[in-house]
Write a protein of this length. Structure first.
Length: 239
């Protein structure tokens, strides 16, 4: 079915739960995992660096794919803006908590500042990268669904991830960590490339899960939405 007008919108049972999962993973992956570089040892003995958040952040893109595929671009846009607002509040809260004077006898302030002291920069970079990457991901997936007439879901999810995750990684890491101690340029660009490859590989590896979730939700919600009449502007307030 085409994307119906606002007056005929169905009452989805699981949309709010999918949105909550998306925002939760987005916040935790940015707060806990984004600032720590880790590594794996390659067969030749060299170390290949990657950002620790890559282990969980791609799940938000998979959920984004599910949102766009099942509920349409317009509802995915609403969720993306919700995630954007949550990141903004997280940045504000981190700034307030770090800025408050520590109680006498508490010796955790230095460690707290080390972990959260540059949160403003990380979150600002994350917000820009998230906004660009998620909207690109949703746009490409929705357009490819129209072009393929709903066929080849694997092609749409992986193709949209290549674009969306590429933009996300290319924007986030240079903005967040360029010039900081422990992030020389060669490490920075190695992490950018590894993030892109690992995230895309995650998407491909979890394709069977995406198929299962999408199929289950479509059956339970009773919809098959094509964005034929959708306004694809990120700033549109109507379908």
């Amino acid at each position: 079915m085409d994307n119906p007008p606002a007056s005929e919108q169905p009452n989805f049972r699981y949309f709010d739960l999918v949105m909550a999962a998306f925002v939760t993973i987005l916040l935790l992956s940015n707060l806990i995992g984004a600032a720590k570089p880790s590594y794996i040892v390659l067969p030749d003995g060299t170390q290949w660096s990657f950002g620790a958040g890559v282990l969980f952040f791609p799940v938000s893109y998979i959920i984004g794919d599910v949102l766009t595929e099942v509920y349409g671009y317009a509802r995915a846009r609403r969720v993306i803006w919700t995630g954007f607002a949550a990141l903004l509040f997280m940045a504000f809260m981190a700034w307030v908590v770090v800025s408050l004077p520590a109680a006498e006898g508490w010796n955790g302030q230095a460690a707290y500042e080390q972990v959260f002291g540059n949160t403003w920069r990380i979150v600002a970079a994350s917000m820009i990268a998230f906004w660009a990457g998620e909207f690109a991901n949703a746009f490409v997936l929705a357009k490819m669904k129209l072009w393929t007439r709903g066929r080849h879901l694997w092609m749409r999810t992986i193709g949209s991830t290549v674009v969306g995750q590429g933009l996300d990684s290319l924007i986030f890491y240079p903005l967040a960590f360029y010039g900081l101690a422990g992030w020389p340029p060669e490490l920075l660009w190695q992490v950018v490339l590894s993030q892109w490859l690992i995230k895309t590989a995650w998407e491909a590896a979890l394709t069977p899960v995406t198929y299962a979730v999408v199929g289950w939700l479509k059956r339970r919600e009773g919809v098959e939405i094509f964005d034929t009449g959708t306004d694809f502007s990120p700033f549109a307030t109507r379908h």
